[in-house]
Design a protein around this ligand. Structure first.
Ligand SMILES: NC(=O)c1ccc[n+]([C@@H]2O[C@H](COP(=O)([O-])OP(=O)(O)OC[C@H]3O[C@@H](n4cnc5c(N)ncnc54)[C@H](O)[C@@H]3O)[C@@H](O)[C@H]2O)c1
Length: 449
């Protein structure tokens, strides 16, 4: 029996709470809940109580004591990004294996400290990249592995967050780099991880530019929102502002955040136009990978639609994949997070006819990734993993290094060598690459008539 302590009792943690508490009976047991906000722990306990379970809650200073008393052997970390390192390292030192939400951490000092703790303790850190587990992304991996476009030479990738989901990052703790590493780390860790995995490589250099030009006081002025408050709750402009979030209107959000403000003073509905925000909403990168692949990548957080488009150019052709996400939602409003729609996969062979591939069914939370990820984490007999979906601290580190390098590059206006950022980091385990460099037979030319 795996005995699990969970740190971080917010929105994302719920899927882990439910899986650990009653998703895998007889295999996994949830034996403790930790958070700086006692009210949010209480909310989790209430949900569990309704299912007949009593799970003790505790403050962060009792973390090691609770691991001992509860004889825990796993710790699940679903707290704010910049607190992950603290719990990962303390859990490892206390003799536990760790399951950590992305991003593994937010800067190079913390990343290096996690690497040292793994080395010292020899224990496991799984980093949970649910994006990989979405069937359509596995399908893209399979196609690339099959060699359908030959050796991959370059990648074009653009990600759009809309003014519903995207704006939410500018209301919450994510709005400050000290908490989240900015969207380059917090959000794009998913994207950079997938690219590393899709192309079986890791980044070597990054050049980035970035700015915040939409979620600004100037944009509020363009809308004529002159009487803004510092948060939505009680804002004099609430009737006019298109970004007004009424937490009280969503029962779940109200219970989880609005009703718990007295415990820590955290407001989940801060004004998206406030000058205190220091993350970018517009980012462009040029990334070079080991082995020579080049990628151009962009992330826009105020787009009119939400989704992404990616293209891989290879020695034998081009593979395009895209997804439109729903009209957009905010985390905790009752909608399915990260639902993907409008999927497309298309192969363009060089000198041949393009064809569409029927995209794999990817319904469910985060493109169907959540359910599959939970089964892979908690099932005692996880299925074979031919695509190398399971990620540990190495993939966790490589995925954040692109974004951390981008942050440095944006600040210092220079190309950043990724190898210089941390030491002693091995390559992730990727499935063997196909024989991408085999000779390519040319198509027969029709005789001139
Ligand atoms: N993989 C995904 O699809 C996905 C989606 C959303 C969030 N996430 C990740 O999940 C994590 C939680 O995000 P969320 O959306 O649930 O945020 P949230 O704000 O709802 O929850 C974060 C929780 O961490 C707690 N916390 C803050 N500082 C703490 C500390 N020092 N010690 C213990 N607890 C602390 C907060 O009180 C809060 O309960 C983040 O790392 C985020 O990046 C992943």
């Amino acid at each position: 029996m795996q005995r699990v302590i969970q740190v971080g009792t917010g929105g994302r943690g719920e899927v882990y709470r439910d899986s650990a508490a009653y998703g895998f009976p007889g295999v996994v047991e949830l034996v403790g809940l930790c958070d700086t906000n006692a009210g949010r722990i209480g909310q989790y306990q209430q949900v569990l109580r309704e299912k007949g379970l009593e799970v003790p809650g505790f403050a962060p200073d009792r973390f090691e004591a609770m691991i001992r008393e509860q004889k825990a052997n796993w710790v699940v970390v679903t707290s704010r990004d910049n607190t992950h390192d603290d719990y990962v390292i303390r859990a490892l030192n206390a003799g536990c294996d760790v399951i950590c939400e992305k991003p593994m951490t937010t800067d190079t000092v913390k990343c290096q400290a996690i690497l040292a703790a793994v080395k010292k303790t020899g224990r496991q850190v799984r980093v949970t990249f649910n994006m990989r587990y979405s069937p359509v992304r596995m399908q893209v991996k399979e196609l690339l592995q099959s060699g359908v476009i030959g050796k991959i030479l370059s990648v074009e990738f653009r990600w759009m967050l809309n003014t519903s989901h995207g704006a939410d990052y500018f209301r919450r703790w994510h709005r400050n780099k000290v908490n989240s590493g900015g969207l380059m780390v917090h959000k794009a860790t998913h994207h950079f991880d997938c690219v590393n995995w899709w192309i079986n490589s890791v980044p070597s250099t990054v050049y980035a530019t970035g700015t915040r030009q939409f979620y600004t006081p100037q944009q509020a002025e363009r809308y004529g929102l002159t009487r803004r408050g510092s948060r939505c709750h009680g804002c004099p402009e609430s009737a006019r502002c298109p970004f007004y979030l009424d937490m009280a209107a969503y029962g779940h959000m109200k219970k989880m955040y609005l009703d718990q403000e007295s415990h820590d003073g955290y407001f989940r509905d801060q004004c998206v136009f406030s000058p205190e925000i220091d993350i970018e909403d517009t980012m462009n990168l040029a990334v070079e990978y080991r082995g020579g692949v080049r990628m151009s990548y962009s992330l826009n957080a105020f787009a009119a639609w939400e989704g992404y488009e990616i293209a891989f150019n290879g020695t034998k052709g081009r593979l395009e994949h895209g997804a439109r996400e729903g009209a957009g939602s905010v985390f905790g409003d009752g909608s399915t997070p990260g639902e993907v729609k409008g999927l497309s996969v298309r192969v363009w062979p060089l000198f041949g006819k393009p064809y569409a591939v029927v995209p794999a069914d990817s319904t469910g939370g985060h493109g169907g990734g959540d359910e599959r990820l939970m089964a892979d984490l908690f099932r005692p007999d996880p299925p074979p993993d031919p695509l190398g979906l399971r990620a540990d601290y190495r993939a966790g580190s490589w995925s954040i290094l692109t974004g951390i390098a981008a942050n440095i590059s944006m600040r210092e206006r220079r190309v950043v060598e990724v190898d210089s950022l941390v030491s002693g980091l091995a390559l992730p385990d990727y499935p063997p690459a196909p024989a991408w460099d085999e000779p390519i037979p040319l198509p027969e030319k029709k005789p001139a008539s």
